[in-house]
Design a protein around this ligand. Structure first.
Ligand code: NAP
Ligand code: MG
Length: 452
């Protein structure tokens, strides 16, 4: 039976909106509608599909203020971040609007005729999104999937459904036909799980925790269903003594506390070469204490609240290790947690090993390059990370040695829609974004035509 629930503003604890929880019957009806829409959408000419994606991009741009305000209110994102996120959806759509007209196959030399490959759409694609970056992660899924000629069913996280629901409406406003992009608010165990079990959903693109990702992968095995997993992280920020220490220290708070640390790419383990430790800590403390955790509506805010009381309790449970220093945060109402810097005993400490998903960072030192690499790789995760050094050779050696999908040197950049993104080890399976993401929403077909 269909029910509904209240979406809460995490900065005020006030009710924002009542949203339906779709039940199985409603989910199945929308999947059937998406399957029917696929029969038309797959035959829309590449040029027309490209035009519609560009129109969708423009409509998102026209509504960037409204979308950003929704995200500030629903997810506690800072105004600066929320505007960037709305623009990111528009930019991702624009980037993938070039794809329909460039879905090239190959002509392969064979005896007896000609051989051609085609990139065929899969059909209905299920996208499951977490609550930490609701808008961009939705766009990173639906833009390449639609470009390849699929129709999409998308389940936002229960905490943060509002921008996804609005994006679904904006797609219709842009002229994307009914049934092509469908937003299904509801529970992971009901709607999300149905994407896994429904035979007409041909692929699941999942972003979320490693724990749920493993269940999705196991469930998809039953129908040999295609799956992409973007999972958790425990990324390293590796600072060598020869680096611009002041620059590395000034950027380190943003690299982990942005979005209140609820970021799969958060550099939540700082590794500093021993000889630079004191200098780094001196500058880092100043930067952390300056980091502005405040009302996310303010243009100056660098960090807002945690998403929920539940997440607050999880993060708080990690604060029993030695605290080096903390920044400040507003008192309640709202789920506010100050930026916190921990000094764990060693690399076995809980805060060093587990993804906390809050504004908490742990620091340890290393002696030399070999030890820095070994410590950085001593994790079940491998998603992102930064390397700070002025030595180009060292930057190259360390980048190649780190088991991680998205690294940056002398920068904290993580996800860009131009470049592939995804994880090593338990941080995920497959790659999203970049020029090749569209291929992961297609099946490669080979056709031989005899010249007899
Ligand atoms: P989560 O608990 O795994 O939930 C993610 C999504 O999956 C939600 O929409 C959730 O629905 C749904 N879900 C839950 N159980 C399900 C099931 N059995 N079958 C199908 N769907 C199910 O993750 P989260 O707590 O929202 O997000 C935090 C995690 O996401 C962190 O681990 C973070 O590192 C990871 N993350 C990774 C990336 C990346 O790109 N690698 C990006 C962002 C976040 P409900 O809302 O109903 O629970
Ligand atoms: Mg969860």
């Amino acid at each position: 039976m269909s029910t509904s629930y209240d979406v809460i503003n995490p900065a005020t604890e006030q009710i924002v909106k009542n949203v339906p929880h779709l039940d199985l019957e409603q989910t199945d009806a929308i999947i059937a509608k998406a399957a029917k829409a696929f029969e038309t959408w797959k035959n829309v000419t590449p040029g027309e599909r490209a035009r519609l994606l560009r129109a969708f991009s423009q409509v998102v741009t026209d509504h960037r203020e409204e979308l950003a305000q929704l995200e500030i209110t629903n997810a506690g994102h800072t105004r600066g971040n929320a505007l960037w996120e709305a623009d990111n959806v528009a930019n991702t759509l624009m980037y993938y609007s070039a794809a329909p007209e460039r879905l090239f196959g190959k002509q392969i030399p064979v005896p007896g005729g000609i051989d051609i490959t085609f990139k065929e759409p899969l059909g209905v694609v299920g996208i499951i999104v977490p609550w930490n970056f609701p808008m961009p992660i939705a766009g990173w899924g639906f833009a390449p999937a639609l470009a390849a000629g699929n129709t999409v069913v998308l389940k936002p996280a229960e905490y943060t459904p509002l921008t996804a629901i609005r994006l679904g409406e904006l797609a219709l406003l842009a002229g994307i036909p009914e049934g092509v992009l469908n937003i299904l608010p509801g529970k992971g165990s009901v709607v999300g799980n149905r994407f896994v079990t429904h035979p007409l959903v041909r692929k699941v693109g999942f972003t979320g925790s490693t724990e749920v990702g493993k269940q999705i992968m196991a469930g998809c095995a039953d129908q040999v269903k295609r799956v992409t997993l973007e999972l958790g992280g425990k990324s390293a920020n590796i600072i060598f003594a020869d680096a611009d220490i002041e620059k590395a220290a000034a950027g380190a708070p943003g690299a982990v506390f942005d979005n209140a640390g609820q970021d799969c790419c958060a550099r939540s383990r700082i590794l500093v070469q021993k000889s630079a430790f004191d200098k780094f800590m001196e500058h880092f403390e100043v930067a952390v204490k300056k980091f502005r955790c405040e009302d996310p509506n303010l243009a100056t805010a660098e960090m807002g609240p945690l998403i929920s009381k539940k997440q607050f309790d999880v993060v708080e449970s990690y604060l029993d290790e030695k605290i080096a220093f903390q920044g400040s945060a507003p008192s309640g109402p709202g789920y506010w947690m100050p930026p916190t810097v921990l000094l764990p005993k060693n690399a076995q400490a809980k805060s060093w090993r587990e993804e906390i998903f809050g504004p908490v960072v742990s620091i340890l030192t290393f002696e030399d390059e070999a030890e820095g690499i070994k410590m950085a790789n001593d994790s079940e995760y491998g998603l992102s990370g930064s390397i700070w050094t002025r030595d180009v050779g060292k930057a190259l050696r360390v980048s190649r040695a780190i088991e991680s999908g998205a690294l940056s040197v002398n920068s904290n950049s993580s996800v860009r829609f131009w470049t592939p993104f995804g994880g090593f080890k338990q941080s995920g399976l497959g790659r999203g974004l970049g020029p090749d993401a569209v291929d992961s929403y297609t099946e490669l077909k080979n056709v031989f035509i005899s010249n007899d």
